[in-house]
Design a protein. Structure first.
Length: 246
């Protein structure tokens, strides 16, 4: 892993990094509080479709976890998103259309799992990261890739998932992954989600192999977590991971 930028602002440190995995360049960001050397929990954030590693929805998670709770947070760009694109992914409409085509064809699930696992291993080499307190925050596309990751990587102790179901292509692949998940899970669903059926989301939740799992339903459509939904996700990860922090 090569750190390629380092910016401190308002007590928060943001480091950009790049990692080579099986010939792919994986661009990412790591946020921590500025100063201090104590080990801290790490939350991995999977961004939504058409977004990127530093999108507003990711920063909505970074703020409370880093500034209020002293966690570390990391995010990488998904396939054909952000800095994996020559244009940087600035045209979100173009990106979402291309992602939908990619997902319907070959969604690169195994590649994203490999990218996240390699990123996690590299980050755990940092002395300030607590290897016993790793969490996942991924809604919508963050669940499409996060479920297979949580199934494959037992280092993840708790995962915030949701707003994805079996009504889209590759539902069977995600069901198979869900059955292998063992970490604690909070699954969030929106009552008026226009992209995923309630039945398909319930099916994905029911398939989870986790003993500790809960579904919560919120008002509204398929939009970024905010308000109570966002706070519930943050609080869930803090409760699950803070006990593992040194």
């Amino acid at each position: 892993m090569d750190f390629i930028s380092d910016v401190i602002e308002g007590g928060r440190r943001q480091r950009g990094f790049s990692l080579a995995v099986d010939g792919r360049r994986v661009p990412g960001l790591l946020w921590t509080r500025a100063g201090g050397s104590a080990r801290r929990p790490l939350v991995l954030v999977g961004h939504g479709g058409s977004q990127h590693k530093a999108s507003d929805a990711v920063l909505d998670v970074v703020g409370p976890l880093v500034d209020e709770h002293g966690f570390a947070v990391a995010a990488i760009d998904g396939p054909i998103h952000g800095d994996r694109r020559a244009d940087g992914g600035r045209d979100s409409g173009k990106v979402i259309l291309e992602f939908r085509a990619l997902w319907n064809a070959e969604p690169m699930i195994e590649e994203m799992v490999a990218d996240w696992r390699a990123t996690t291993s590299a980050l755990l080499a940092a002395p300030e990261i607590d290897a016993q307190a790793i969490g996942w925050f991924g809604i919508s596309m963050g669940t499409a890739y996060g479920l297979p990751l949580c199934a494959a990587d037992s280092r993840i102790r708790a995962a915030l998932l949701g707003m994805w179901g079996t009504s889209h292509t590759h539902g069977a692949r995600l069901l198979a992954a869900a059955r292998e998940v063992r970490c604690a899970v909070l699954f969030q669903r929106k009552r008026d989600d226009e992209r995923f059926t309630a039945a398909g989301q319930q099916e994905l939740f029911d398939a989870l192999g986790s003993r500790d799992r809960e579904m919560r339903v919120y008002e509204g459509g398929h939009v970024n977590p905010a308000g109570v939904q966002l706070r519930d996700g943050i609080d869930f990860l803090v409760r699950a991971l803070a006990a593992g922090a040194a």
